[in-house]
Design a protein around this ligand. Structure first.
Ligand code: 2OP
Length: 224
């Protein structure tokens, strides 16, 4: 059976740790803690905004979280620093196995879509820069429905926009909040656990499949 595959972008196709080198240039030894806070706060802000129904472009969550991290870690940033870091965030690298894994999935007949909190423009820039845009049948951004993951509206919109159903689609994500959102909505899910230290939330709900990276996804889908 072939599926309509919804690939989460930040942290699944694209490595958000790609900004670490840029951070080291500016905040030195605090780069790692700065980056961890930055990512956690970026997502927290998106969750808050979904609950408040106060949608903004995801890049605003990224910017606000960067400012928070600078305050928390007492690493003041100049306007130039901020521009430099935010630009780096628009051209983050893809994980190493992504291109070849997507090529194999396409060859197997699956439909591939990028599916993200990021705006249509942001997704296009990231995928183009990572040289994987041409592998996708399309992109689905929550920008179109003005609410962030894991609100169920976004998964329903994905099915509507890609003319798929819960039964014929898979959400592939390294982010457990995204997996739980899609699973409780009713889609099949594949959690990408890139590190054994990454914990899945103990909610009593399991992903349909767990993979270490995208190279084994095709084989797992063949089991469905
Ligand atoms: C996404 O790309 C933020 O990883 C999340 O939608």
């Amino acid at each position: 059976m072939t599926f309509t595959l919804a690939f989460d972008v930040y942290g699944t196709l694209i490595d958000t740790r790609g900004v670490l080198g840029n951070l080291k240039e500016i905040v030195g030894s605090r780069a790692n803690v700065f980056m961890e806070t930055w990512r956690a706060k970026q997502l927290e802000y998106s969750f808050r905004r979904a609950a408040m129904r106060q949608h903004v472009d995801f890049s605003q969550c990224t910017k606000d979280a960067m400012e928070y991290s600078a305050l928390l870690h007492n690493t003041p940033l100049t306007e130039e620093d901020k521009m430099y870091l935010l630009r780096a965030y628009t051209i983050l690298p893809a994980f190493p196995e992504v291109k070849s894994a997507l090529e194999a999935l396409k060859l197997a007949g699956h439909r591939l879509f990028a599916f993200s909190n990021g705006s249509n423009k942001a997704i296009h820039t990231l995928l183009s820069h990572a040289k994987i845009l041409a592998l996708f049948d399309g992109m689905v951004s929550v920008e179109d429905v003005q609410i962030f993951k894991p609100s169920h509206e976004v998964y329903a919109y994905f099915n509507k926009k890609t003319n798929s159903t819960k039964e014929t689609s898979f959400l592939i994500s390294g982010n457990s909040f995204d997996i739980l959102g899609a699973a409780t909505y009713g889609m099949h899910t594949a959690w990408v656990q890139r590190s054994p230290q990454t914990i899945f939330d103990p909610w009593g709900i399991q992903p349909s499949v767990v993979i270490k990276d995208l190279t084994t996804l095709n084989a797992k889908l063949n089991l469905f």
